[in-house]
Every structure is written in structure tokens, then in C-alpha cells.
Design a protein around this ligand. Structure first.
Ligand SMILES: Cc1cc2nc3c(=O)[nH]c(=O)nc-3n(C[C@H](O)[C@H](O)[C@H](O)COP(=O)(O)OP(=O)(O)OC[C@H]3O[C@@H](n4cnc5c(N)ncnc54)[C@H](O)[C@@H]3O)c2cc1C
Ligand code: SF4
Length: 508
């Protein structure tokens, strides 16, 4: 007799997840399933599917190693469970449990489905809080209630106080909450990024790679080489490596970009944290310990912890606070389809060619590539927010709707009208030139603003400001840019807008 079915989703691969609390190996069964609908509702990057299927299979083996019964449905095009509900229905028929226990999912869509399960299966379904997050959705809603301004910085300070990270009593370590001003250095040519460890595929991963190559051949991206950690033990090695080797310079060069160096000093831990192989709290604790041991400076450690207890928790809070309407936000009325080069990386704009090319190869691009190169282009060119959301959701190995959507809708597209960002992250080519070496290898001239050789970011930037002048005129943080726009020679502005128009018209 099975007492409790414990249904684990593919991004819930943590031994301490709430749905495994109180598990009795003699009576309970853990259910896991590689579900067709989840792998294909958007055509996820091949590496992302391989990573998740392999991590799920390894996690199931680890549970079995503890003597826990795992009912695991491997992906099968014909005959496999087509949806989470179908996978659970089959397990309920097999095991006839007294109750079902799950942990709340990361997507609004899945929560709606879960809420129907009790009635559907005639069996109590307990949905437990996902305690891996440091701020529950209820606590975030309480924080947001009655506030006019939901800026991340205020939330972050409260999270620092609540968690105690980098605190000296009631005060922040170093006398300031945020050392971002120190974290915008350009990368010196003489400085190399540290070589990364590689995690060779084992037999389980090789089987998954063969499955993905066969059944997901049409999906975006390169499947091999695949060298990503897929077990808890290897994830911990990746965290150790980051803290030892990259964290000390993480802050200084957080915004830098270099051709052929997709990772620089970034952690590449997001996919491991989001699927549960690492816990956000342990990543912050390791970084904080490195600071106290004198191994990493405050600007690096504060910057890293802010990304996790600040941005990561904050975007999740915004997602659950604003769904389901948030998905359809389009404050700037953008409606241009994605150009074909988002899928092929074939464009003369070197920064986009490199950032999208690396995305295709690795299912990864670091934050500044996502924000200030690809995201900046989406904003300035007025690309349709739904199409941009879908692209970001399917191309990155760490992408789940709760984290992708606020970053796209709020951070890059300003489609929520300024709920998340106090001003749009819009920049001309000069920013990309300052923070990278992309412009050296580009057919466009970053100094020119008009004509066929002008860096497209320049005319697009001024065209964007002119297009939305009325909306941004009242925004104090935009005052300098609007004043510059207003002082501009009308003939010069008209020439730039004509260049932008010609570029956008030719965009396919
Ligand atoms: C348009 C856009 C889409 C994004 N989509 C995703 C996504 O689908 N999934 C995802 O995990 N991150 C997303 N991010 C946030 C961020 O770019 C990635 O978390 C980061 O690039 C992952 O690489 P890393 O682990 O090397 O990060 P690091 O630079 O090493 O940062 C450390 C950790 O902080 C967290 N983090 C940093 N910035 C953010 C942020 N803005 N929001 C949430 N967490 C953050 C991540 O867990 C990350 O691992 C997006 C950002 C933008 C601008
Ligand atoms: S010149 Fe413009 S398009 Fe080319 S790499 Fe520089 S910023 Fe990108």
C-alpha cells in the first residue's frame, strides 16, 4: 500500500525540498516524469532539455540509493505522459495513494493545473511552500502592499536585514548597502578569464544526449559539446570553483564583455540554483565566508549576494504578484516581429552576432549580454514583448517563466510602464564600445550616427527617445537625455531617424 505520492517537478531537484519532508521509505513513492508538454510548449534549447533530463535521472538514482521508491517516467514520443496531469494520473492508478504531496511550482500556469488535481483524482493534494526561496510569495506581497515604489533596492535592504548576510548588527558591512559603482570597470586587455572546470558526460548523460539528438532535433541550439554539472556533487564543485577562482574579480568586471569569453568572472550557477542542485542560501553563505576569510573583496561579494537575495528573489515576487496579467504587458506598444538573426546569429552587428552565437552554442549568455546587447536591441527596435519573452524562455538553460518574464517585461522592455525599472535600460553604441571589444570587429562604425555605416544602436537610440519623448519627459532619471534630445539640431535628428527607419525597414 502506498500512503503518499510525492510528485517532484524537474526544477525541484533538492533533497531538502518541502514535498520530501516526512517521507517514509517503507510507504511512500516519489513520482518524477519527463513530460512531452513541458519539454515542447516552447521549443527549449537542446542543451537545456539534456541538462534537465540528465539532472532528473541522476537525482532519481540518488533517491533510490537511499532506499526510496521512485516511479520515473522517461521521455517517450509515443506512449510517454504528455502532461504533468497525465503523468500523475498514471502514477495514481498504479499506486492508489492516500494523498499526494507537491511543492508549489515556478509557473503560474502549472499552479492552476495543480489546484485541479485533488478533484480530478479524488485524493487530497497538499501544495507546500517552496522554502528554497528566501522570501515567500506571501511575504513579498506583504512587503509590496501599499507601497507606491516597488524598487528592488528597498526590497534588497530588507532581505539583507532578514537574512543577516553582510550585516554588522543593523548596519551593512562596509557602511553601504550597494557597491555597484565599483562594479563597472572595463576589462584590461592583459587580464585573462580563469580556465573553467569541465564535467564530462557519464553513461546516463550520454543516453540523454542521444535521446535529445533524436527527438528534439528541430529545437534551437547546439547539443554538444555538453560539459555541464548534472549532480549535486558536481554542482558543489562548480560552486567551490567559482568562489575560489572567479568571485574575487566578479564585482570589478561584472559589466564587462569580451569576444570569445562567454563567462569571464560570472558564476554560471543560475541553472544549478534554479533546478535545485544548489540552494541560493548556500551560495550566499559560501560567498560571505570568502569575504570574511579575506579571499574576496566586499564589492564582489555584495554584488553576488545582491543578485541572489536581491534580484532573484525580487523578480520572483513581482512575477507572482502580477500574474497572470503581467504576461500581456506592453506599455510602449511594441509590435515588431523578431528578426531571423535571433535564431541564426547571422547579422553584421558584431555584438549581437557574438551574444546570440554564444547563446546558441552554450544556452548561456551573461547578464550584460542579455541586458545591454540583446535586450537593449529588443527595446530600441520595438520588438513584440510576447515574442521576446518566448525567445528568452527557450534559449537559456536557466530560464523559467518566474525569472525570465520580469527580466524581459520589466527590465529590458519597460513593458510594465516602469513598475520594475525606474527608467529604461536604453543605450547607444558608445556603452557597448566602452564595456567590450565587440566594436573592433564590426562592419559598422560605432562613432557614426547617420548613414549606412552608422552603428545601428546610435540612430535607434535617438529614434527610441524621440518616439517616446512624451512618456519619458516627466521621468527625473531621463531628464538629461530628454534635454539633449531637445537641444539637438532638428536636421541632425531627422537624419538619424531616417537612418533608424531604413535599418528597421530592412530588418527581416
Ligand atoms: C532579459 C533577461 C532575461 C533573463 N532571464 C533569466 C532566466 O530565465 N533565468 C535566470 O536565472 N536568470 C535570468 N536573467 C538574469 C541573469 O542574466 C542570469 O541569472 C545570469 O546571467 C546567469 O548567469 P550566472 O549564473 O553566471 O550569473 P552571475 O552573474 O554569476 O549572478 C549570480 C546569480 O545571481 C542570480 N541573478 C543575477 N541577476 C539576476 C536577475 N536579473 N534575475 C534573477 N536572478 C539573477 C542568478 O541566480 C545568478 O546565478 C535574465 C536577465 C535578463 C536581462
Ligand atoms: S559598432 Fe555597434 S553594432 Fe557593431 S559591435 Fe559596436 S555596438 Fe555593436
Amino acid at each position: 500500500m502506498t500512503r503518499t505520492l510525492r510528485f517532484l517537478l524537474g526544477d525541484q531537484l533538492s533533497r531538502s525540498i518541502a514535498s520530501l519532508d516526512g517521507l517514509d521509505p517503507t510507504l511512500d513513492v516519489v513520482v518524477m516524469a519527463e513530460v512531452g508538454e513541458e519539454a515542447t510548449y516552447v521549443p527549449h534549447h537542446k542543451k537545456k532539455i539534456a541538462f534537465l533530463f540528465s539532472a532528473m535521472r541522476h537525482f532519481a538514482d540518488e533517491l533510490r540509493g537511499e532506499g526510496i521508491a521512485v516511479d520515473y517516467a522517461a521521455f517517450a514520443e509515443a506512449g510517454g505522459p504528455s502532461s504533468l496531469t497525465e503523468a500523475l494520473r498514471r502514477a495514481v492508478e498504479r499506486h492508489r495513494p492516500e494523498r499526494i504531496v507537491v511543492t508549489e511550482p515556478g509557473e503560474w500556469r502549472v499552479l492552476q493545473v495543480m489546484r485541479d488535481w485533488s478533484e480530478l483524482f479524488g485524493c487530497p493534494v497538499e501544495i507546500r511552500e517552496d522554502r528554497r526561496f528566501l522570501c515567500s510569495t506571501e511575504a513579498f506581497a506583504r512587503w509590496a502592499e501599499g507601497r507606491k515604489d516597488l524598487r528592488m533596492e528597498f526590497f534588497y535592504r530588507e532581505m539583507r536585514r532578514r537574512t543577516g548576510y553582510l550585516m554588522r548588527g543593523r548596519d551593512p558591512e562596509g557602511g553601504a548597502w550597494n557597491f555597484d559603482k565599483e562594479n563597472r570597470k572595463a576589462l584590461p586587455a592583459s587580464l585573462d578569464a580563469p580556465p573553467r572546470p569541465s564535467f564530462a558526460p557519464d553513461e546516463t548523460t550520454r543516453l540523454v544526449l542521444a535521446l535529445v539528438a533524436r527527438d528534439f532535433a528541430e529545437h534551437f541550439g547546439d547539443l554538444e559539446p555538453f560539459d555541464y554539472p548534472v549532480t549535486r556533487a558536481d554542482a558543489l564543485k562548480a560552486l567551490d570553483w567559482f568562489v575560489e577562482n572567479a568571485l574575487p574579480l566578479y564585482g570589478d568586471y561584472q559589466d564587462a564583455m569580451r569576444q570569445g569569453e562567454p563567462l569571464l568572472f560570472h558564476s554560471n550557477l543560475s541553472a544549478l540554483i534554479n533546478c535545485g542542485l544548489l540552494l541560493p542560501a548556500e551560495c550566499c553563505r559560501r560567498a560571505e565566508d570568502a569575504f570574511h576569510a579575506g579571499h574576496a573583496p566586499l564589492n564582489a561579494v555584495e554584488g553576488f549576494i545582491r543578485q541572489i537575495v536581491g534580484w532573484r528573489e525580487y523578480v520572483r515576487g513581482i512575477y507572482w504578484l502580477k500574474m497572470p496579467d503581467y504576461a500581456a504587458e506592453n506599455a510602449l506598444g511594441a509590435d515588431r516581429p523578431l528578426p531571423a538573426f535571433f535564431w541564426t546569429a547571422e547579422t553584421d552587428m558584431n555584438c549581437l552576432r557574438k551574444a546570440i552565437g554564444e547563446t546558441k552554442a552554450n544556452a548561456y549568455a551573461h547578464h550584460i549580454q542579455r541586458l545591454m546587447v540583446i535586450g537593449n536591441f529588443c527595446l530600441l527596435a520595438g520588438l513584440d514583448p510576447r515574442a521576446v519573452q518566448e525567445w528568452y524562455l527557450l534559449v537559456y538553460h536557466d530560464a523559467y517563466e518566474w525569472v525570465e518574464m520580469p527580466n524581459v517585461v520589466g527590465m529590458i522592455l519597460f513593458a510594465d510602464g516602469g513598475l520594475l525599472a525606474s527608467k529604461p535600460y536604453a543605450a547607444s553604441g558608445a556603452y557597448i564600445d566602452r564595456m567590450s571589444d565587440y566594436c573592433n570587429g564590426c562592419r559598422y562604425d560605432v562613432k557614426q550616427r547617420v548613414g549606412p555605416d552608422a552603428c545601428p544602436f546610435n540612430p535607434l537610440y535617438w529614434d527610441f527617445l524621440a518616439r517616446h519623448r512624451k512618456r519619458f519627459a516627466g521621468n527625473r532619471r531621463m531628464a538629461m537625455m530628454i534635454a539633449t534630445l531637445d537641444r539637438m539640431d532638428p536636421a541632425q535628428l531627422a537624419a538619424m531617424r531616417a537612418t533608424a527607419d531604413a535599418f528597421l525597414t530592412a530588418l527581416r
